[in-house]
Design a binder for this molecule. Structure first.
Ligand code: GDP
Length: 296
């Protein structure tokens, strides 16, 4: 998953594990290595600084001094702090609303929004026994609507077909009406993505948010984009009351920067991870497990 980062950190871990006693200098050296590894993995600088400061403070405390295996204690602290950085615990979707629970999907084009909408529909149906309706408000790219319709068919989930000439808000409201009448528990609304953030795009999704009042507004972001992913997430979180993030393409050659920074930079929990192109490639995001994977 984050091979480079894991490889870099494994050297530090080996050194720490091998030491029966730890001096302040040993700890400093190890943390310098961790800092370099995180920066190379494209973790945002303020996040790295904060992280190292936390680990350092704890590593100099009783927890380590009193330990019979101080190296192991430091590794434990790095693990815990890494999980904390990614949110600590899994943040579940909120369904405390009258059905249909509306989930609005936001993000740049190519991030994996449409694929994730379908993956999420399948996940909710299979794992949570929800009746789901999928709808696309991307009136600019008929191919995007067709992509969602085809995915919906593949996963045998209902798809709301828009009428020609309807605006994104009209489609969204009609889809919600339909979901209401047909007793869907969840309505997932895919939206238009753009190649870059622009005002028209933000205004459109803000209007959709206003008329729909979704219980969940998920920002879908490509983990391969590293720091760019985090900057985009920040811009969206300032424009829209996001309730969570979906990190996609974690199965690719991601460097780890997005996974480790996005929570702290946006303040929004990572709720899911995309781990493959197929409709089954979605996992609930568990910071603890992710930290274990990163540390190898
Ligand atoms: P959208 O423009 O944001 O709707 O993006 P799409 O859903 O069309 O996805 C863009 C590309 O990313 C497609 O080729 C998807 O198959 C691919 N993709 C989406 N999520 C993942 C993922 O988690 N892993 C991998 N490897 N590819 C993904």
């Amino acid at each position: 998953m984050f091979d480079n980062l894991t490889n870099r950190l494994s050297g530090v871990i080996k050194t720490l594990r091998g030491q029966a006693r730890l001096t302040e200098a040993n700890i400093q050296d190890a943390l310098r290595e961790v800092r370099m590894a995180l920066l190379e993995a494209d973790v945002a600088l303020p996040v790295v600084k904060d992280f190292i400061a936390h680990v350092k403070e704890r590593a100099q405390g009783q927890e380590v001094l009193a330990s019979l295996t101080p190296g192991q204690a430091v590794i434990g602290i790095v693990h815990q702090e890494m999980a904390r950085l990614m949110g600590g615990q899994n943040a579940a979707l909120n369904f405390t609303t009258l059905p249909p629970a509306v989930i609005l999907m936001a993000g740049l084009q190519g991030a994996g929004k449409t694929t994730t909408s379908a993956k999420l529909a399948k996940y909710l149906r299979e794992q949570m026994k929800k009746k789901v309706l999928l709808a696309s408000c991307d009136v600019y790219r008929p191919a995007a609507m067709e992509q969602l319709r085809a995915l919906a068919q593949q996963i045998e989930t209902d798809y709301f077909s828009a009428e020609a000439g309807q605006s994104p808000e009209q489609i969204a409201l009609a889809a919600r009406d339909y979901a209401d009448k047909h007793f869907h528990d969840v309505l997932i609304i895919d939206t238009a993505g753009r190649l870059a953030i622009d005002e028209a795009m933000m205004a459109e999704i803000q209007r959709l948010h206003e008329v729909l009042k979704p219980i969940e507004t998920l920002f879908v972001v490509d983990a391969m984009q590293g720091q760019d992913a985090v900057n985009t997430a920040k811009a969206f979180s300032e424009a829209l009351p996001l309730t969570g993030v979906v990190l996609t393409k974690l199965d690719g050659d991601a460097r780890g920067g997005a996974a480790l920074s996005v929570r702290q930079v946006t303040g929004k929990p990572i709720k899911f991870a995309g781990v493959g192109e197929k409709v089954g490639g979605l996992e609930a995001f568990h910071p603890e497990r992710m930290a274990s994977r990163i540390l190898g």
